[in-house]
Every structure is written in C-alpha cells, then in structure tokens.
Design a protein around this ligand. Structure first.
Ligand SMILES: CC(=O)[C@@H](O)[C@H](O)COP(=O)(O)O
Ligand SMILES: NCC(=O)COP(=O)(O)O
Length: 257
C-alpha cells in the first residue's frame, strides 16, 4: 500500500536583490519586483529577512512585500522592535532567527532553550496576532523539543552546515549532518511541528532534502538570485522546482539496485 506524498512548497528569499540595490544606493534592482516575478514563475511564497542593521531588506520593502497576494515569511530576530513591526504588518508567517551583527549570514540555529520565557512570550504574542510562528533551528533534539513546548507551529531546519560540508568536499561530515537533519525532521513532525528547511541550498541539495518526507517547505535565496544572473530568475525557479519534484518523486520509489 502506498500513501500519497505531501507536496513541498518553495519560498523564494529576495534579500540579495536588496543587497545589490544597496551596493549603489537608489531603488534598483527592486526586491518587490523580483518577488512578483518569482511568484509568477512558480514560487509559493516570499521570504525576506529584515535584519536589525537593515543591510539588505528595509522596512519599506517589508511593507511593500506585505501588499502582494503571496504569503510572506518575515524572517527576524526575536527583538521587541521586530515583534512590534510583525504584529503591525501581520505577515502569513514569522521565522525567528538568531542574529549577530558581525556575521555575513545566519551562522547557527536559534537558541530556543536559552531564549527562555522571553522567547516563549514572543512566540505567544505573534501567534495571538494570527501569525504562523516558525523557529530557525539546528538539527538538535533538545532545541526542537523546546520549540514544540513553547508553541511554535513550524521549525525551519538550518541546512547551512550540511551545504558547507558538501561544498568543501567533506563527505563524511556531510553525510553525518544530513542524517541529523533527517532525524530532526522526523522528531519535529512527531511533535506536531510543520517542518521547513533552508539556508545555502542549491539544485542538488534541494533535490536531496526534498526527498525527506516530513519536509514541507524549502526557503531558498542566495543561490537562486545568483543563478538568475546567468539564466534569469524565472528559469532558475523553474529548474529549482524541477529539482524539488525529482527529490519528492524519490519518496517511496524503489531504490536502484
Ligand atoms: C535565516 C536564513 O537562513 C536566511 O534567511 C538568512 O538569514 C538570510 O539572511 P541573509 O540574507 O542576511 O544571509
Ligand atoms: N531561511 C533560509 C532562506 O530564506 C534562504 O537562505 P539562502 O538560500 O539565502 O541561504
């Protein structure tokens, strides 16, 4: 007996359209135009990270992205300022992520345990405003258990370490990290959490992680915006969707001998 495989969504992160815009000042390229194009090309939603230092996405971008009909996943640090803005904008979802001013990109998962009661209150406040709350976590059993305890609806598993090991040709470490991601996805789903994954994914890694059944959404930005330089954003998204569909099709398929 086979059972139907749940679909997997693609959220396109437009942060790095804003990075290019901000390199020169001015208004171009416009991340909101990229978001519209991404949705027309098959993205299921848009992700944008309003960093506290506003290095790429700015408040005005977030406001304009919220006007689109596509679901908006507002990535943010768990600060009072960001929680207040999210409650004002009421995006479809908020993904709480750790932030360090000196980092180039998000380095690790959120310390849900260390966040204590303050983090739990923020999750509750966002949820009470009708926002779906996601916590961006490393594949760590205790952190995931705590995410469920404090009432998050979703966890997004940080795939960055796995992708970095692959890029560096560190195969044994990549395999071990992928095994951790698979275990974490199963654990989270067993606790009733919806499972997303993202960070550093490309066509090959997206295909592989799309074959992990509990994973319901991938959020991908940097690679797609880079690919868009060569093949255009629509084609990059088309190829990404095809890679994800190949991965999904592997679920339940007999393994090649
Ligand atoms: C949380 C996450 O993995 C990404 O959205 C990442 O934080 C994007 O931030 P940058 O675009 O600043 O790298
Ligand atoms: N949450 C991950 C995300 O939105 C995109 O990360 P990346 O593909 O830009 O590394």
């Amino acid at each position: 007996m086979t059972h139907p495989v749940s679909p997997i969504r693609l959220g396109v992160n437009v942060d790095h359209v804003a990075t290019v815009r901000n390199a020169r000042g001015g208004l171009l390229p416009d991340p909101v135009r990229a978001a519209e194009l991404a949705c027309a090309a098959g993205a299921d939603g848009i992700t944008a990270h309003l960093r506290e230092d506003r290095r790429h996405i700015r408040d005005a971008d977030m406001r304009r992205l919220r006007q689109l009909s596509a679901p908006l996943n507002f990535e943010m640090a768990a600060t009072d300022e960001m929680v207040a803005l999210a409650i004002e904008l009421k995006p479809h979802a908020c993904c709480l992520v750790p932030e360090r001013r000196e980092e180039r990109t998000t380095e690790g998962g959120l310390d849900v345990i260390g966040g204590g009661i303050d983090l739990a209150h923020k999750v509750e406040k966002l949820g009470a405003a009708g926002i779906r709350v996601s916590l961006f976590v490393a594949p760590d059993e205790d952190q995931i258990a705590r995410a469920a305890d404090i009432g998050a609806a979703v966890i997004e598993l940080h795939t960055g370490a796995w992708c970095d090991f692959i890029a560096a040709g560190r195969q044994a470490e990549a395999e071990a990290e992928f095994a951790r991601l698979k275990t974490a996805a199963g654990q989270g789903a067993g606790l009733g959490l919806e499972i997303h994954a993202g960070h550093g994914l490309d066509y090959a890694t997206a295909e592989t992680i799309a074959a992990v059944e509990p994973v319901r959404e991938l959020n991908i930005g940097h690679f797609l915006i880079g690919e868009a330089i060569f093949v255009g954003l629509e084609e990059a998204i088309r190829q990404m969707r095809a890679a994800m569909a190949r991965g999904r099709a592997r679920i339940g398929a007999p393994r090649a001998a």
